[in-house]
Design a protein around this ligand. Structure first.
Ligand code: A2P
Length: 331
C-alpha cells in the first residue's frame, strides 16, 4: 500500500517542484492530491504522465486522511490550515516560515538533525532556503571545530519570491522598462539588499531567519550569525559568501576531507582550473556545492567559503521530500 500525499500550493514555484521531486525520488504514493486557491482550482498539474486536477483548499479537505501534506502556499495559509490538518492526525511538512520557531515544532535538515523527527507526528517545519544550504555545509565543520561566529552575505535567486518574481525578471530581461511590482527596485541589471521586511535593529526578517533557525537546528544559541541577504537577477540557485570563525583551529586539508564525505555536500574547488560552483551550473540538482575554501589571512581559526544550492530544490522541495523520506524510514 502506498502513501496518500497532498501538496498545498501545488501551482506555485515551490509546489510544482514538490510534485516533480515526489515523482523523481519515486516516493511510493498511492494517491496524490493537489490544492490551491480559487485562482487555479480546476487546472491540472502533471505527475507521472497523468494530469491531476487541482482542488480548492478548504478546511474540510484538510480533515481528510493523508500520510503527508506538503505546504508551500505562504505563511497565512500555513497558519490557518496546517493546525486543522494536524488535528485530523495528518503530518504536515510546512515550507513557510510560520511555524519554524514555534517551540515543539521540529525544524529539520535531514542530513543534520533527523533525530528530532523520531516518533514525531504533527507539523514539521522546513527551514528557510538560505539557512538550509549554509547549515548543510557548516554543520559537519561545527561538529569538528565548534562555530563561534558566521558572517554571511547571500546572493539570492528571484524564484525564492515565487512565480510572479520569475515572471518579473523575465519580462524585464525582454523590456527593461517593465515595471517592478514584486521588488522595491528593478531587479534586472541590479542587486537589492532587502529581502522580506526590515526590523528596528536594521536587519531584515530574512536575515534574522538565518540567525534563529541556525540556533534551533544546531541546538546552540551561542553561535554569532551576522547575515546580509541580497536579491540578484538569477532565476534559480542561491549563492552565499560565508566567513566562519571556529573555537578550534581548523586544518584546511581536514576541512576538505570532512566536506568531501559530508552528506549532501559536493566540493568543487580548483581555482587553477577555474572550478567553483555557480547557480547556473547547479540549478535543478539536489546537492549543496562548496568552493573557494580558504584560510583567513589574519585569523588562523577562520575560513571563507562559497556555497551554492538550488533554492527551490535543496532549499525547499527536496528538503521537504527528504523529511518525508526520513519520517518513513524511522517508522
Ligand atoms: P494559486 O495559484 O491558485 O493562487 P508562489 O509562491 O509561486 O506565488 O505560489 C503560491 C502557491 O500558493 C500557489 O499554488 C497558490 O495558488 C497557492 N495559494 C496562495 N494563496 C492561497 C490560498 N489562500 N489558498 C490556497 N492556495 C493558495
Amino acid at each position: 500500500m502506498g502513501l496518500t500525499v497532498g501538496v498545498v500550493g501545488a501551482t506555485g514555484a515551490v509546489g510544482r517542484k514538490m510534485v516533480e521531486t515526489l515523482e523523481e525520488r519515486n516516493i511510493a504514493i498511492n494517491k496524490l492530491r493537489l490544492f490551491a486557491s480559487e485562482k487555479s482550482a480546476g487546472t491540472t498539474v502533471e505527475y507521472k504522465g497523468t494530469e491531476i486536477t487541482v482542488e480548492l483548499l478548504t478546511e474540510e479537505v484538510m480533515k481528510d486522511q493523508f500520510d503527508y501534506l506538503l505546504f508551500s502556499a505562504g505563511g497565512s495559509v500555513s497558519e490557518k490550515y496546517a493546525p486543522i490538518a494536524a488535528d485530523a492526525e495528518n503530518t504536515v511538512i510546512d515550507n513557510s516560515s510560520h511555524w519554524r520557531m514555534t517551540e515543539g515544532i521540529p525544524l529539520v535538515v535531514p542530513e543534520v538533525n533527523p533525530h528530532v523527527l523520531k516518533g514525531y507526528k504533527g507539523i514539521v517545519a522546513n527551514p528557510n532556503c538560505s539557512t538550509v544550504q549554509m547549515i548543510v555545509a557548516l554543520a559537519p565543520l561545527h561538529r569538528k571545530y565548534g562555530i563561534k561566529r558566521i558572517v554571511v552575505s547571500t546572493y539570492q535567486a528571484v524564484s525564492g519570491s515565487g512565480q510572479k518574481a520569475i515572471d518579473e525578471l523575465e519580462n524585464q530581461m525582454k523590456d527593461c522598462n517593465y515595471p517592478n511590482k514584486v521588488y522595491t527596485r528593478k531587479i534586472v541589471g541590479n542587486c537589492i539588499p532587502h529581502i522580506d521586511v526590515f526590523y528596528d535593529n536594521g536587519f531584515t526578517k530574512e536575515e534574522l531567519k538565518m540567525v534563529y533557525e541556525t540556533h534551533k537546528i544546531l541546538e546552540d544559541n551561542s553561535i554569532e550569525v551576522n547575515p546580509t541577504a541580497v536579491r540578484i537577477p538569477v532565476v534559480y540557485g542561491h549563492s552565499e559568501s560565508i566567513y566562519v570563525e571556529f573555537k578550534e583551529e581548523p586544518n584546511l586539508e581536514e576541512v576538505y576531507r570532512i566536506l568531501n564525505s559530508a552528506a549532501g555536500v559536493k566540493v568543487i574547488d580548483n581555482p587553477a582550473e577555474n572550478q567553483y560552483p555557480t547557480p547556473l551550473e547547479v540549478a535543478h540538482t539536489d546537492d549543496t556545492y562548496v568552493g573557494r575554501i580558504r584560510k583567513d589571512l589574519y585569523n588562523p581559526k577562520a575560513i571563507s567559503l562559497w556555497v551554492v544550492a538550488d533554492n527551490l530544490r535543496k532549499g525547499a522541495a527536496t528538503n521537504a521530500v527528504q523529511i518525508l523520506e526520513t519520517m518513513e524510514s524511522q517508522k
